[in-house]
Design a protein around this ligand. Sequence first.
Ligand SMILES: [Zn+2]
Length: 286
Amino acid sequence: MDRLRRTVTGRRTPPGGSENLWVRCLRCRELNYVRELEDNLKVCVKCGYHFRLSARERVAQLLDGGEFQEWFADLAPADPLRFKTATQSYPTKLAETQRATGLVEAALCGEGKIRGHRVVLAVLDFGFLGGSMGSVVGEKVTRAIEEATRQRLPLIVVSASGGARMYEGAISLMQMAKTSAALTRLGAAGVPYFAVLTDPTTGGVTASFASLGDVTLAEPGALIGFAGPRVIEQVTRQRLPPGFQTAEFLLEHGMIDMVVPRKDLPDTLAKLLSLFPPYGRHEASR
Ligand SMILES: [Zn+2]
């Protein structure tokens, strides 16, 4: 519950209300009863706004019974550049983030089932340093891809990221090539990859594995792009069209395949999995 309050920034309270019970929607500004919002998978009951989920919440929503066999959980980040800002070192920042999120890194990887279909699942957590891809996120995603290739299990990666992790400099950027190369080998082995893009998916993650799905799904209203709209407007000196870089805009322009409301994600993925035999049908019939 604490985590929910932090991530949905529901700090304002109705007159006479308790701050534990209500969350204000970031889009329509209406109040949602916390329990009702949770029951609705953290989608605003008034306007359908999709609040961001933590990686653990995402895993719990997507997989049958929330059952998840986590892999590579002990991979922890290092500080190869001895990076320091004026006020804080990277290890201090990491330790704070780990305490606040209960995660070791910004990616969770492992295995589970969706409507009976066995899958390899990797999920990024925007709450962990903006879901940024450093060496550990890149390594965990790559190992998940390699395990999917080895076991011939379909792969699903749910992205939510601000891009490469500046604290790790060029080592972060190398993860783009590493994950992309692993996906090429997955494709060559004939194993399907479904990319699920959630708010926000940007930078080096967009420029690598998030854009390489055999089928690409996105949640409604998700911001998806490489650079943000302000940067683009400053560089190009042009005004961007309304709704630019939303999931709906990208669908209209052929950049993604589907916009899928959160409540429909498991069924939609299950349907897609069953279209790629022998994986889906074979596994589901067990
Ligand atoms: Zn709303």
